[in-house]
Design a protein around this ligand. Structure first.
Ligand SMILES: O=P(O)(O)OC[C@H]1O[C@@H](O)[C@H](O)[C@@H](O)[C@@H]1O
Length: 306
């Protein structure tokens, strides 16, 4: 990491902090209106805390699985270039390669309106094991934009190979909620979902989703905006996406959470994953030399009775 970058980060009130996790660094941003943390391992936005509020993102004392492909269940893991299991190699890790490698910190600065900007990158050519598991040259970037109102992630994938690259993906956001029994997800009413906990059967969403318990659903051709209403925190999170056709809702429920060593038994009570995704029938190809952008914007607002 070069001195200029560190200086730019310091001018933003940020710092690089060594982390014991996979011996990788974290970028910490402290501003009067918020604080944020990004782990370079996995290019993982870990935390975004508006001043005087609870984190928008779920935290766990459990840092994830041991071993080369240990999974982390908090913040915003990046699932790319395949979502879920790999169709061809069942020994490959779930949800692709991007979350298991060190990303490179390449830019720190501000947007014109003063929002904080951090850019990180993952290039296949820098990681022989990525090249082995995914035979397409690529470059990924995440542009993080932070302000008092919330955060944005602009995730882009460039196909640098000479063949079409099949992609399914997700920004697998673990949202922090006070209680999964009372939290509600709005905006998916009358959208069809594939229920992975019910043999992939298709259903039509009736009303808001609540409780947010034991569900693994891919809403296909989903709208670009949905909301989490959290009566316990009196908070509404407005989630807007671009370049994402599917919305995935996931919560393991009590039994599955207990079976997992990479998650605490009670963690599932305090998160719901609402994922900006392209999965199942929304998978697509990036043409040779092409680029695809997946954008996520999260805004926090007070929850007022409507
Ligand atoms: O444990 P992981 O790999 O982070 O995955 C968690 C869950 O992620 C969800 O997106 C999937 O739909 C689930 O099937 C999966 O179990």
């Amino acid at each position: 990491m070069n001195g200029r970058l560190i200086q730019e980060l310091e001018e933003l009130g940020g710092e690089i902090r060594p982390s014991s996790f996979r011996k990788c660094d974290q970028i910490i941003i402290e501003q009067p209106g918020f604080s944020a943390s990004i782990a370079l391992w996995g290019g993982h936005l870990e935390s975004f805390i508006p001043a005087g509020q609870e984190d928008l993102l779920f935290q766990s004392v459990n840092q994830g699985g041991e071993g080369r492909f240990g999974r982390r269940h908090f913040g915003v893991p990046v699932c790319w270039p395949w979502f879920g299991a790999n169709y061809v190699h069942d020994d490959y890790p779930a949800h692709g390669v991007a979350r298991y490698f060190r990303w490179e910190f390449i830019e720190a600065g501000r947007f014109k309106n003063g929002d904080v900007k951090i850019v990180i990158r993952l290039a296949s050519e820098n990681h022989p094991l990525v090249e082995e598991m995914w035979p397409y040259a690529f470059e990924l970037r995440q542009v993080f934009r932070f302000s008092n109102k919330g955060f944005r992630i602009n995730f882009s994938a460039a196909n640098l190979s000479d063949k079409a690259m099949p992609v399914s993906e997700a920004l697998h956001t673990y949202f922090n909620i006070s209680d999964n029994q009372t939290a509600e997800v709005h905006g998916l009413e009358q959208v069809t979902y594939v229920d992975k906990f019910d043999n992939g059967s298709r259903h039509l969403q009736q009303g808001a989703v609540t409780p947010c318990d034991h569900m693994d659903r891919v809403y296909v051709s989903a709208p670009d905006v949905c909301e989490i209403h959290d009566p316990g925190l009196q908070r509404k999170l407005v989630i807007s996406t671009e370049g994402s056709n599917s919305t995935v809702l996931w919560n393991p429920g009590a039994e599955l959470a207990r079976q997992r060593v990479d998650m605490e038994d009670e963690d599932y009570r305090r998160f719901v994953c609402v994922e900006a995704a392209n999965a199942l029938t929304d998978e697509y190809d990036i043409p040779p030399g092409g680029i695809h952008q997946l954008k996520l914007k999260v805004r926090h607002k007070p929850l007022v009775n409507e």
